[in-house]
Design a protein around this ligand. Structure first.
Ligand SMILES: Nc1ncnc2c1ncn2[C@@H]1O[C@H](COP(=O)(O)OP(=O)(O)OP(=O)(O)O)[C@@H](O)[C@H]1O
Ligand SMILES: [Mg+2]
Length: 245
């Protein structure tokens, strides 16, 4: 069985169908890219998987367990962590304390949480900034901190919601390296990104949403040549930018 399996999942907000009968599998060890235009339902799907919203219909299975409708804290304890499109860091706390909040997912002991947080900060390259207030970080470091907080919960699946948006090219290269390092450490990754130069090279498979529906799912080389995907999304994004290179 896949690590994560979403079956026939729908999420409605009143009359709006944000997720429309979506099936999705993420196998252990994969990096899966989730793409699609603004409003396609990517973040909503993350919210349904991670327990922030109950799905209207359908199921979510994780490690063979039906986790549909479980609250976010329980989903996190089972091993799913996510980052937020709009970073949710505690501005008036230090970088270290922010990461310790994540680490308290697995322990009540401050000393243990601190050890874990320091280890994660080192892994993410944030150690030199551990004592500064999170509000004073650059955008790139805030994104990195969001990442570190999620890792500190010790997930087996990490879901990244536009973790690289707003980064410059050099910062993007570093963020990609970090995602690869996460995968090498044994954590499976599901990632939402609009920057195709990021998604395509690192994803084993890419899933495309449009108006709440899954319109394609394949290896990156096939997805970038899929007519429906080009029409719905990639047309003016990936192909245009490639031509410009
Ligand atoms: N809590 C909510 N209440 C009502 N409508 C919502 C809610 N959350 C999302 N929606 C709507 O659901 C649809 C899908 O939104 P979602 O945020 O999942 O898209 P997205 O693919 O993440 O887009 P983006 O690329 O802009 O982040 C949109 O039409 C959005 O307005
Ligand atoms: Mg979104």
């Amino acid at each position: 069985m896949a690590l994560l399996e979403v079956q026939d999942l729908s999420k409605r907000f009143g009359g709006l169908v944000a997720n429309d009968r979506i099936d999705l599998k993420v196998n252990e060890g994969e990096i899966v890219g989730l793409i699609g235009p603004n409003g396609a339902g990517k973040t909503t799907l993350f919210n349904c998987i991670a327990g922030f919203y109950p799905p209207s219909e359908g199921n979510v299975w994780f490690q063979g367990k039906d986790i549909t409708g479980l609250p976010a804290n329980e989903v996190c304890l089972l091993g799913i962590a996510r980052t937020f499109q709009l970073v949710r860091i505690f501005k008036d706390m230090t970088v270290l304390d922010n990461v310790m909040v994540g680490a308290f997912n697995r322990t009540n002991l401050a000393a243990k949480a601190k050890t874990k947080a320091l280890e994660v900060l080192d892994f993410c390259g944030l150690s030199p900034k551990k004592s500064i207030l999170a509000g004073g970080l650059t955008i790139a470091d805030k994104k990195r901190l969001e990442f570190a907080k999620a890792l500190a919960t010790e997930p087996s699946l990490l879901m990244l919601d536009e973790a690289m948006a707003g980064l410059n090219p050099a910062e993007t290269v570093e963020a990609i390296a970090l995602v690869k390092k996460v995968r090498e450490s044994g954590i499976t990754v599901l990632l939402v990104e609009h920057v195709m130069e990021v998604v395509m090279p690192i994803s084993n498979r890419v899933v495309v949403l449009d108006y709440g529906k899954k319109i394609a799912e394949d290896v990156p080389e096939k997805v970038i040549n899929n007519e429906e995907v080009i029409k719905a999304y990639l047309g003016d994004k990936y192909h245009a930018s490639r031509r410009a290179h």
